[in-house]
Design a protein around this ligand. Structure first.
Ligand SMILES: Nc1ncnc2c1ncn2[C@@H]1O[C@H](COP(=O)(O)OP(=O)(O)OP(=O)(O)O)[C@@H](O)[C@H]1O
Ligand SMILES: [Mg+2]
Length: 136
């Protein structure tokens, strides 16, 4: 089996939903399992206690919505929230969980135009040790 485990990082953006659907369809065709992962950026200690609950709840919502968006593909789907530096956490997760491929969006939530790749997808493409599929 070429892909056994597919890691799909999601930030709630339309592009990440597109990536989730692409990854789930790929998983359904090759018989792979999917993990949707959302990374909560590490926050300064002083503001952490004030906003972490809220951000965690938003993260859970993003994962729930993303899981619903791929439910029609009927693939085994896990979800996980990680706190850390997004690109670093995604690459570490792919490595420690022995994922075959990462499927992610070219851009995310940031409204900044002009770049073809966001900073998270750009860093993951550069640093991941497994194949990376960028969905546009
Ligand atoms: N916090 C996150 N957790 C999980 N996946 C993420 C996260 N942020 C981004 N991603 C993934 O990376 C893809 C590209 O998003 P990225 O953040 O690189 O672009 P951007 O938001 O447009 O630009 P930037 O964040 O650099 O200003 C998203 O479609 C999603 O798949
Ligand atoms: Mg972003």
């Amino acid at each position: 089996m070429i892909y056994k485990k597919i890691l799909i990082p999601v930030d709630g953006s339309d592009k990440s939903i597109l990536a989730a659907r692409h990854g789930a369809e790929l998983a359904s065709r090759v018989g792979a399992k999917v993990t949707l992962v959302h990374v909560i950026p590490t926050l300064p200690v002083d503001v952490r206690s004030l906003v972490l609950d809220k951000i965690s709840a938003q993260g859970e919502e993003i994962l729930k919505k993303s899981a619903q968006e791929i439910s029609e593909f009927n693939v085994g789907t896990g979800t996980e929230i990680i706190i850390g530096h997004p690109a670093d956490a995604i690459c570490r997760k792919a490595r420690s969980g022995k994922y075959s491929i990462i499927v992610m969006g070219s851009r995310g939530l940031s409204g900044v135009k002009g770049y073809l790749l966001g900073s998270v997808s750009s860093a993951v493409v550069s640093h991941a040790q497994c194949p990376v599929l960028i969905v546009r």
